[in-house]
Design a protein around this ligand. Structure first.
Ligand code: FES
Ligand SMILES: [Fe+2]
Length: 395
């Protein structure tokens, strides 16, 4: 068999194993996604977001967050473009004054035509909302999808197999803080970068690594199938974990004599990464030991994602909160969330041109370090609750 044939055959088989994933350029639907930090939506505030092609307007009224279709059905303008707040019970369109009920999206009145027969006869859709620990999540997908799974099913599992388990975004006493920003790549490239055992090289000269003298291996080579653990909780999270804590499963690469590169740093404590549907990363012991970094790669359209970086730490009182703020503001946001992870955005955007055309998935030549990435593609293909179609106004 020639080299070309050897290369092509496994790839076409692999492609068939995760075809639904290849079709998910607009994301997977019927999942919970973060939409905003609570701090971005003050009382009577309005904010427009796009998630998997769904244009959604958020509104806070009497403390509660509502999410409605952002397009007014009258002439299809986006209501969040020019927020108009005339009452605490309605989302009012700035153009001709259609007033939709915040709870049910029903057209309750029209400011200049209060007797109009279409009142109470038409509606815009609403989205389920959950706000917790400063994060606002939306359930995005089919309007009639039932039953709506709990938010916990779309978040990382609670880690219990280590002495000081990391905090979880749903914990009662927890510090949760971070940023989000738009990046120019498809969401799948972002996910695959997030837990890629082979991408350590792009962080080789980061401030965070040098300043904390942390050991940075050249890579992680899976030795046995135990290197990758599938997580399939009944009615709970579906994910995949890099078993870096198990030295018999992964070989942490210390040196490469051919290019004369060696591991750097001396401080060595375990970091483990795992990824969950619909694209949520957990990095344990990051940015520092005892902390955890969670990331979401929320599809906006088929060529962009909203990149969420959130650090989480158990926190029981005001003193601990003050200490956490000090670390976050003095170091984490600047050198971890931005400087360190800026490299990741660079890498995803560098992949976008070839993958954005659809060709990358066929042309890529994967290596042993990509085992978990292939595992992730299969996982999404098996457990997604639906592949998101492009918005119908694009057809
Ligand atoms: S376009 Fe919204 S009320 Fe006319
Ligand atoms: Fe990275």
């Amino acid at each position: 068999m020639g080299a070309t044939a050897r290369k092509l055959q496994p790839k076409s088989i692999a492609g068939r194993q995760y075809q639904p994933y290849l079709e998910a350029s607009w994301g997977i639907k019927n999942h919970w996604y973060p939409a905003a930090f609570s701090s971005e939506l003050p009382e009577r505030g309005t904010k427009g977001v796009m998630i998997a092609g769904h244009e959604i307007v958020l509104r806070r009224s009497r403390g509660k967050v509502y999410a409605l279709q952002d397009r007014c059905i009258h002439r299809w303008v986006r209501m969040s473009d020019k927020p108009l707040r005339v009452s605490d019970d309605h989302m009012t369109c700035w153009y001709h004054g259609f007033c939709y009920g915040l709870e049910d999206g029903v057209l309750k009145t029209i400011i200049g035509a209060p007797e109009d027969p279409i009142i109470n006869q038409v509606k815009i859709r609403t989205y389920p909302v959950q706000e917790i620990n400063g994060l606002i999540f939306l359930f995005v997908g089919d309007e009639d999808y039932k039953p709506i799974p709990p938010l916990a099913a779309d978040l990382p599992i609670r880690i219990t197999d280590v002495p000081n388990p990391p905090g979880h975004p749903l914990d009662k006493e927890v510090y949760v803080r971070g940023i989000h920003r738009t990046a120019n790549s498809n969401w799948r490239l972002a996910v695959e970068n997030g837990f890629d055992p082979g991408h350590i090289l792009i962080h080789y000269d980061n401030i965070l690594m040098a300043a904390t003298e942390r050991k940075l291996y050249l890579g992680a080579e899976p030795i046995t199938p135990a290197a990758v653990k599938m997580i399939d909780e009944p009615d709970g999270p579906k994910g995949i974990m890099n078993m870096y804590y198990d030295q018999s499963a992964y070989r942490m690469v210390q040196e490469n004599p051919i290019v004369k590169m060696k591991v750097r740093g001396r401080v060595d404590y375990p970091v483990r990464t795992s990824m969950y549907l619909p694209g949520v990363l957990l990095v344990e012991n990051w940015p520092l030991q005892g902390w955890a970094q969670y990331e979401w790669y929320v599809p906006t359209d088929d060529q962009h994602h909203e990149y969420w970086e959130v650090v989480v730490h158990p926190c029981h009182n005001a003193d601990e909160r003050e200490e956490a703020d000090y670390l976050y503001e003095g170091a984490f946001e600047k050198i971890a969330l931005r400087d360190f992870n800026d490299r990741d955005i660079f890498a995803r955007e560098a992949m976008q041109k070839v993958y954005g055309s659809g060709k990358g998935w066929d042309k890529e030549v994967l290596c042993s370090m990509d085992t978990i990435i292939v595992g992730w593609r299969k996982l999404v293909s098996q457990f997604n609750r639906g592949i998101q179609e492009p918005p119908d106004f694009l057809e």
